[in-house]
Design a binder for this molecule. Structure first.
Ligand code: SF4
Ligand code: SF4
Length: 184
């Protein structure tokens, strides 16, 4: 894995800024509880579009059971491998439009793909796996983000470096950042 050039870094910063701008625009198009002073989720879908929930490792198997498929099938059909630092990798739901890369590591640029979580039903404004949705989805409250600011509660924080091998035994070690390399 090569080091990041300054061009790569500014490119990723630009992508992040562009995505944040997209999310701000989308906030204006969704019936968010916070905008109307509601204290209950209105299932507007904004979270499932811009900040989809992420499961901890122990929350994956119950979803497979709920859908009556194997964990491998769940990963192959609905999940991508992602990372925030190239040291710890985790599985998260793909977004609609990322079906072509389910079961594989998401290329960093495609983290910014537009689209709702693959489990979000846009017509009914519901989650297909609502009874077994991750805790991450339960702590997100747009009208009160005190809990969601606590990173310890995030699904992503529930992953240790070796956990990815529990789900993808042949996950390539080449993806891991060497200590002196910058993350990609
Ligand atoms: S918590 Fe998320 S889905 Fe619920 S109303 Fe707020 S923005 Fe919409
Ligand atoms: S799993 Fe359900 S609650 Fe979580 S982001 Fe997807 S649709 Fe939303």
């Amino acid at each position: 894995m090569s080091d990041l050039s300054s061009g790569d870094i500014s490119n990723y910063r630009a992508l992040t800024a562009e995505y944040e701008s997209y999310c701000r625009e989308q906030a204006g198009k969704h019936f968010m509880a916070s905008k109307f002073n509601f204290k209950k989720c209105q299932c507007c879908g904004y979270c499932c579009l811009c900040y989809p929930c992420m499961p901890r490792p122990d929350e994956i198997s119950p979803v497979a059971e709920y859908l009556n498929i194997s964990v491998k099938e769940l990963i192959d059909r609905y999940m991508v491998v992602d990372t925030a630092d190239c040291q710890t990798f985790f599985l998260r739901w793909a977004k609609a439009g990322q079906e072509d890369i389910t079961g594989a590591r998401i290329p960093p640029r495609r983290t910014y793909d537009r689209g709702y979580c693959i489990f979000f039903d846009k017509d009914k404004k519901t989650c297909f796996i609502h009874p077994v949705r991750p805790d991450d989805a339960k702590i997100i409250k747009c009208w009160d983000d005190r809990q969601s600011r606590d990173k310890k509660l995030w699904g992503m924080s529930g992953w240790k470096q070796t956990d990815i091998y529990r789900f993808i035994p042949d996950f390539s070690t080449n993806y891991f950042r060497k200590s002196k390399e910058k993350p990609i």
